[in-house]
Design a protein around this ligand. Structure first.
Ligand SMILES: C[S@@+](CC[C@H](N)C(=O)[O-])C[C@H]1O[C@@H](n2cnc3c(N)ncnc32)[C@H](O)[C@@H]1O
Length: 262
């Protein structure tokens, strides 16, 4: 099986990937929130447009069908000790919040190990409710007693460390992760409208895989998952329907390879 490839077609069929050959899946699916990312609108009309858009407004039925196919393929290719991590946020429709707990319907045959709250400091403002400042990351495993979890690789300094009480100055991170969104002045920023931060994916890949393992992202976007996998000595596989995003991802990955080859 070929490794370190991003296929430029839908991940609804992943015929290039063998059964149980992937150690970890991490992804952020399209949210289907009917927003033309990157557009500025004035009185309902687009006045300014940046970057390439992707189709994010399927009918609810088509959206759920697409996710069903992609997640079925993810479950087929993930190994018995592997994990699937899904980053998704609340929707807000007509001022009403809809949390994404429906995602669990697709993973009834797996086990939810953590529901991570990814908290960040900035985002859109609201005046009729509190400003949203978190997204979820669902972590599912195939075998609830036997899965890769390298806690030592992701421990953080203990703020309340007391030498008389604790053996180590390092502790297990909690399930609330404070990690900045990718802002405009970040070096990793690309023109992709929904890029997630490398730091978020780094903790997931470090804890959930070993060097040389295979990480899959079925919605690769600008290539963040591949970049982090490469940096950490893991292999990547991915799918992305928009060719321009594949090009952005390839550019990012080749920069990592250049640095590693020096
Ligand atoms: C939320 S974005 C992922 C962003 C990515 N995490 C990053 O850091 O750049 C979702 C991506 O999935 C892609 N996409 C949508 N439907 C797809 C499908 N059926 N197969 C593969 N990619 C798809 C979109 O073009 C979009 O780039």
């Amino acid at each position: 099986m070929n490794l370190d490839i991003i296929y430029n077609h839908s991940s609804e069929i992943m015929s290039e990937i063998e059964d149980k050959s992937v150690n970890l899946v991490v992804t952020s699916p399209p949210y289907n929130i009917d927003i033309q990312y990157g557009n500025k609108t004035v009185k309902g009309k687009i006045s300014e447009s940046k970057g390439v858009k992707y189709n994010d407004n399927l009918s609810e039925e088509d959206y759920r069908l697409m996710l069903d196919k992609v997640f079925s393929e993810c479950k087929r290719v993930v190994s018995d000790t592997g994990s699937i991590w899904i980053n998704i946020k609340n929707k807000c429709k007509n001022g009403i919040v809809i949390p994404p707990f429906w995602i669990q319907d697709y993973f009834q045959d797996m086990y939810l190990k953590n529901l991570i709250v990814w908290n960040f400091d900035w985002g859109g403002s609201t005046n009729k409710r509190f400003a949203p400042r978190y997204e979820f990351v669902f972590w599912f495993v195939k075998d609830k007693n036997n899965y890769t979890f390298n806690l030592d690789d992701v421990k953080v300094p203990a703020l309340n460390y007391r030498p008389d009480r604790y053996k180590s100055q390092m502790k297990n991170p909690t399930d609330v992760w404070k990690i900045s969104m990718v802002s405009g002045n970040f070096e990793e920023r690309t023109s992709h409208p929904a890029q997630y931060p490398e730091e978020l994916i780094e903790r997931i890949i470090l804890s959930g895989t070993n060097e040389g393992d295979v990480v899959l992202d079925p919605f690769m976007g600008s290539g963040t998952t591949a970049v982090v996998a490469k940096k950490l000595g893991r292999h990547y596989l991915g799918y992305e329907t928009v060719n321009e995003y594949c090009q952005i991802a390839h550019k990012r990955i080749s920069r990592i390879k250049e640095i590693q080859d020096v």
